[in-house]
Design a binder for this molecule. Structure first.
Ligand SMILES: O=C(O)CCC(=O)C(=O)O
Ligand SMILES: [Fe+2]
Length: 183
């Protein structure tokens, strides 16, 4: 099974900038991990849930379409729903924004049903240093493309991390597709 489904130009530059502008008008929550325990050694970022932001429906429609395409062409998982709001994470160099190695499967009613993770790179790759999304499906580490508007889709059980942002700010959007347990 291929472990990473990449769509380089899923969104245009102006679409990404529009999303960042809308998000920056919304209040942020400090990011917490699956299981709700705060641990800054593991994750440091701010979060905006996009279903609390008006005018984001078109984004969700596009993301659902991309997940469907990846699942039809590659993963063939039994997916049933999108049970959680997409979230935008804001990683700031001033706070050494990062997210250490983790899987997205949690113990909560929705997070335990996560099967595919989609990450959209919202920021211009030139707008920050560090902040690389890396995924580890096996012995090798794969780096996701930094290109703005690019989408990476991978099984939610795959270990992945975001390396510390060294300068500037990185914005990304994450959405999960859910379904019954693997069997
Ligand atoms: O920001 C990213 O690239 C990844 C975010 C992530 O791993 C998550 O929200 O679980
Ligand atoms: Fe994750």
């Amino acid at each position: 099974m291929l472990s990473l489904f990449a769509v380089p130009d899923a969104f245009t530059k102006s679409e990404c900038e529009l999303i960042i502008t809308k998000i920056s008008e919304a209040p942020t929550d400090e990011a917490f991990l699956v299981g709700q325990n705060r641990d800054h050694n593991l994750r440091k970022s701010e979060l905006v849930w996009t279903d609390e932001v008006a005018g984001m429906e078109w984004v969700m429609e596009r993301l659902i379409d991309l997940v469907r395409r990846s699942n039809r062409d590659q993963f063939e998982f039994d997916l049933r729903e999108f049970a959680e709001s997409p979230q935008v994470a804001i990683y700031k160099s001033s706070e050494s924004g990062h997210f250490s190695w983790h899987s997205d499967i949690g113990g909560g009613p929705a997070s335990k049903r996560r099967k595919l993770t989609l990450v959209l790179q919202l920021s211009d790759a030139e707008a920050y240093e560090g902040g690389n999304l890396e995924i580890m499906p096996g012995a090798q580490i794969l780096s996701a493309s930094r290109a703005q508007g690019g989408v990476s889709i991978f099984p939610s059980f795959t270990l992945h991390q975001v390396t510390p942002v060294k300068s500037g700010t990185r914005h990304s959007m994450t959405v999960w597709a859910h379904g019954p347990a693997f069997r």
